[in-house]
Design a protein around this ligand. Sequence first.
Ligand SMILES: [Zn+2]
Length: 370
Amino acid sequence: MSGATQVDPDRLLSTFLDLVSIDSPTGHEEEIGRVLEARFRAFGCATTKDAIGNIVATYPGTRDGTILVATHMDTAGTDRGVVAVIGDDGIIRSDGTTILGADDKSGLAGCLELLTLLRADPEIAHPTIEFVITVGEESGLVGSRQMDVGSLRATHGFVLDTAGVMGSVTYWSPTSVYLTITFHGRKAHAGVEPEKGVSAVQAAARAISTMTLGRIDEETVANIGIMTGGEARNIIPDLAVLSGMARSHDQAKLDTQIESMRLACEAAALAFGATVDFEAEEIYRTYKIEEDAQPYREAAAAIRSLGLEVIARKSGGGTDGNYFNAKGIPCVALTTGMVDEHATTEHIAIDDLVMAAKILFAIVTGPAAD
Ligand SMILES: [Zn+2]
């Protein structure tokens, strides 16, 4: 391979810094979407954008096969005006007032570096690459959830969007369910005729106090994160709303946990003469990619080819990969080097940014697993 086909750390860093300088909080992806579509097109990709803003950029292969490489264009929260600061220690941070946005601009910068390398040497054998760049990932995988993958031809894929040490391959992710539990009671003047009231707040409190929460077992967690209700000190509250979530790597255990929370709510409502609406919305569904499956083997081979150890990672959260898996495209998720994503302490080491790009290049240019 010629020198031109090596990841160029300076070029990659400059691409990354360009991307983090563009505001892209979830729900405000117009500008970053325009920039990315133009950049992928400039490398010779055919691009499409769907109604909600997801971009697919297809780079034609020089050999058979099609793979998916997924990233997301939005950044967590509402931060704008990110100022990246490169430390003497080789670590890129924000100025401390915002997130950095390495989640997921590190993944995006790697994709653009990959295209630079492939474009520079048309002799390199590689499959067709469908780069899928979603919107709304940070607000519950909205982009991948709503995306119609019917036009994609990829047989398997790689999602560049996790933390974890270099060499991590996220092969197992949980199902996540959002819970919205609404207690309805009866309003009454608490000072004059409390007998006529039914306190929705009290029913909700009883429900919480009888739930098992936190870590349920090795695979399962559950939480009630928000409790709201009532309107005045002297009015018996007729409404209380609990917002929570439950996750498990084991679908049956999750179903059992949610059922027990539902029963706790119904029993509490009954005890106080209230009623309850218990809504459980699946945000993403568990997937598990076996070690002998194509995306795992191709990722593992690439990681080993760079002298790194492959670390099979079971994640506590989801990525767009959960939806691509659910929609029939088996995917593993790979670390991009990001650390402390979603926090003002978010950072990434330049060495890790570079290594993640090397892994991506090795995956794409390596032999296809059978
Ligand atoms: Zn992300």
